[in-house]
Design a protein around this ligand. Sequence first.
Ligand code: F6P
Length: 324
Amino acid sequence: IRKIAVLTSGGDAPGMNAAIRAVVRACAYYHISCVGIFRGFQGMIEGDFKELGPRDVKYIVSKGGTILKTARSEEFKTEAGRKQAYKNITEAEIDALIVIGGDGSFTGALQFSKEFSFPVIGIPGTIDNDINGTSHTIGFDTALNTIIDAVDKIRDTATSHKRLFFIEVMGRDVGHIALNAGIGAGAEEILIPEENIGLPKLLEKLKKSKLSGKSSCIVIVAEGDKTGRNVFELSEYVEENLPEYDVRVSVLGHLQRGGSPSCFDRVLASRLGVKAVESILENKSGIMIGLINDQMAETKLEKAIKGEAPIDEELIRISEILSI
Ligand code: F6P
């Protein structure tokens, strides 16, 4: 192995830069060339490459986003697109590829690796934490910290006005962000796709909450929740059925993806980046490096993307107890 390429793909996540830095510097440490591919798989198709040395990644450990930019490439889903990408990568004499991204990125990486017998290693980078084979994806912790900061602020105004807030958080089809941020911010209710309590039960719980003497109420809603109503419709529904509540809505949106990564995400990204390079040097391929029981662990890409990482039932129980 003489040259390794690295790219970021899918939704950006805070800590991706720390992972890029780790890959670039580990390559330098092991005397291997490192190439950055811009805009994910799309840049691979377009040959948008740049050699990166250790000084090219200075100060990026603290920066949100990704210096390599990112994209969700439709063209890479076609055989012609992948063939072009392979042509570019072989012409550039790249021997292996490190993909930092989520399940969509890993799906593309796996297909590419199989089609051309090309060594590929995945690093989980997404705020959603929806990858099997790692307790944490890069960006999850930072997003949670960003969310609880926002919810704490909303709580101030909610309490002052004795209001109920529906706050929508990201997470695509899963509730990891909602559940963890909800507990961290002391939410009264958390609506996640994995456990649809149904609207009558929601009303009942909100009624109980009001009667218990609470002066504000925060309901965290995962964007993928299964109530069948979006946050605005939920708000109308509650106002119609529980007139005692003055309801407001806040959709946190893309602010959840930005900002300087937490120390946890920086350390995680650093560990995963170094280990990914070392795995390539050990001739490994088709795997993702993740964190299991605070140890670096390998999981086959097939398994990493198979279904979502299960929700922590214990956390659901804790949130029930604490919202009394
Ligand atoms: O996968 C990360 C994520 O932020 C999801 O939580 C969200 O559903 C999606 O990306 C939003 O995608 P986009 O930035 O393309 O709107």
